[in-house]
Design a protein around this ligand. Structure first.
Ligand SMILES: Nc1ncnc2c1ncn2[C@@H]1O[C@H](COP(=O)(O)OP(=O)(O)O)[C@@H](O)[C@H]1O
Ligand SMILES: [Mg+2]
Length: 145
């Protein structure tokens, strides 16, 4: 996967006053249908964008990992947005759960989790709404391609 794939998405953030940082190991290849990976990333980035209406930073890091000899590709998306309360966090993968009123469908993360698991990956999202330290971190793991 080439880091340049992210450029169109990240341009949207830059023009919106959101600082975006992308770190990607050279020549990372992962096992995922390309269109599905794009859908996964667009969902994560658009949620980060919605959470940082007052500005902030989005970091995306793509790296190769090895745990007990099992190689994986890890994608981490970390934003400094408003974060989620524990109550919101407990519903975030449910279909039609949205805190965005008419601006949300509540289907983004439901679809994302399904696409990740269809591609034999995992997704884990942590978030905090603590004032001054709020933000959300999504960690995804895929098999190398
Ligand atoms: N990065 C994030 N920061 C804060 N809240 C988030 C983030 N990602 C998801 N959420 C919360 O999870 C809910 C569900 O997300 P999603 O399934 O993408 O639906 P939608 O974006 O249409 O609301 C959002 O409405 C929001 O409350
Ligand atoms: Mg969404």
């Amino acid at each position: 996967m080439s880091a340049t794939r992210f450029v169109p998405i990240l341009v949207l953030l830059v023009v919106s006053g959101i600082k975006s940082l992308l770190e990607c190991d050279e020549e990372v290849k992962l096992l995922c249908f390309e269109g599905e990976l794009r859908q996964i990333l667009v969902n994560l980035v658009s949620n980060a964008f919605d959470a940082m209406r007052l500005g902030g930073t989005l970091r995306i890091r793509i790296s190769q990992t090895s745990n007990s000899g099992v190689r994986k590709v890890r994608i981490v998306s970390a934003d400094t947005g408003c974060g989620m309360s524990p109550q919101e966090r407990s519903h975030l993968f449910e279909p039609f759960f949205s805190t965005k009123g008419i601006g949300g469908t509540g289907l983004g993360l439901w679809i994302t989790r399904d696409l990740v698991s269809q591609n034999h990956g995992t997704i884990d999202i942590r978030s905090s709404a603590r004032i001054g330290r709020s933000g959300t971190v999504a960690r995804l793991r895929f098999y190398p391609g």
